[in-house]
Ligand binder design. Structure first.
Ligand SMILES: Nc1ncnc2c1ncn2[C@@H]1O[C@H](COP(=O)(O)OP(=O)(O)O)[C@@H](O)[C@H]1O
Ligand SMILES: [Mg+2]
Length: 339
């Protein structure tokens, strides 16, 4: 089945990103294997995929930091190879900021950054103080950067990209490993970037994050885009919720599975775990009907839950395999590669 959603938007010049057939090969590893991507200006585009899927490599090619082995890409109509100088003026990549000066404080770094961008002395100072306040970094403002935690660094990075506010901002896993409070702060800031005119291309390992933020999402797996569309379209293909249930008596399992399929009108899966059934649910409310039907058949449950589908389940549905193999093959690549 093809989950690809055809986006029939006219190419009327307002594309922030147009990429066709991007390929990057490391040794015999086709890290990016023919990626097409179209991002409309003024939107948030999410690239969703597990560790090692090729997200960072794709961003690095779009951001002129890495030459593609095949394919082409344009940023606001400018070719990333032939017009790389122009492209660099139109983009911001989180991660670049951290290299300013590790021994200086957060405030000093932000001020230098503002001055480099041409802001006046007083304005730079004011801007730095405002941003540190907004990102909850006021307490740490005087500390040298080298003493910052990963989460604090990430916030400072994003603060720095707010000063320049380039038309297109690449955020590579901006919230991986952040606590929930900092994560939702990040989400607000990302939305603000777009509300004030920027386009954001972000990568994430979290379905919920892509769904919350992105206007459109590309699911990337082993260097290929395996699904593309809005969050709703994506979830329709995998169900908005995911049902997990276990029967008390192993002998009821087949009967229970059929009941699930009849009531939910989907395909239910028996997992390798003893007597466990999982199924996508378009509507979590159907659980009531299901429980009544199971009771009427005299099937006793030992466990039932309705959860949001995990990235693993999305992948399982779309690609027919989970994310486990990539994880074991390639632990923490997200942290290892910075752009
Ligand atoms: N500089 C590099 N040299 C060799 N292999 C690389 C390099 N960068 C990435 N890779 C490999 O390319 C694949 C995709 O990596 P990456 O783009 O970092 O994935 P993601 O960002 O989705 O986690 C992985 O198998 C990774 O090991
Ligand atoms: Mg990465």
């Amino acid at each position: 089945m093809d989950y690809r959603v055809n986006s029939k938007q006219p190419n009327n010049g307002d594309w922030a990103v147009e990429a066709e057939g991007l390929v990057k090969i490391f040794g015999d590893n086709r890290a990016v294997d023919g990626v097409d991507m179209h991002v409309k200006a003024g939107t948030i585009y999410g690239v969703l995929g597990p560790n090692g899927a090729g997200k960072t490599t794709t961003i690095r090619m779009l951001a002129t930091l890495l030459r593609a082995d095949a394919g082409s890409a344009r940023i606001f109509g400018h070719d990333v190879v032939k017009e790389s100088q122009i492209v660099r003026q139109l983009i911001g990549v989180t991660g670049q900021y951290a290299s300013v000066d590790e021994s200086l404080s957060a405030t000093e770094n932000l001020i230098i950054f503002s001055r480099l961008l041409g802001l006046g002395r007083a304005e730079s100072k004011k801007k730095a103080a405002e941003l540190l306040e907004e990102f909850g970094l006021t307490e740490a403002a005087k500390r040298p950067l080298k003493n910052f935690s990963g989460g604090m660094r990430r916030r400072l990075d994003l603060a720095a990209s707010l000063i320049a506010q380039p038309p297109l901002i690449f955020l590579d896993e901006p919230t991986t490993g952040l606590d929930p409070r900092t994560r939702s702060q990040m989400w607000d800031t990302i939305r603000r970037l777009v509300n004030t005119g920027s386009t954001v291309l972000l990568t994430t390992q979290y379905l919920e994050e892509a769904d919350q933020l992105a206007d459109r999402i590309a699911v990337i797996d082993r260097g290929r885009v395996v699904a593309e569309g809005t969050g709703d379209e994506l979830k329709q293909s995998v169900g908005t919720s995911s049902l997990h249930l276990r029967v008390e008596n192993q002998s009821d399992i087949e009967n229970a599975r059929q009941t699930v399929e009849q009531v939910l009108k989907v395909q239910a899966t028996l997992t390798s775990e003893a007597a466990k059934i999982t199924a996508p649910m378009a509507n979590a409310d159907l659980i009531t009907d299901l429980l009544i039907a199971l009771r009427e058949k005299g099937i006793t449950l030992s466990e039932v839950s309705v959860q949001k589908p995990t990235l693993d389940e999305v992948f399982l549905t779309i690609t027919g395999h989970g994310v486990e193999d990539e994880k074991t093959k390639d632990t923490n690549r997200a942290e290892a590669v910075t752009v």
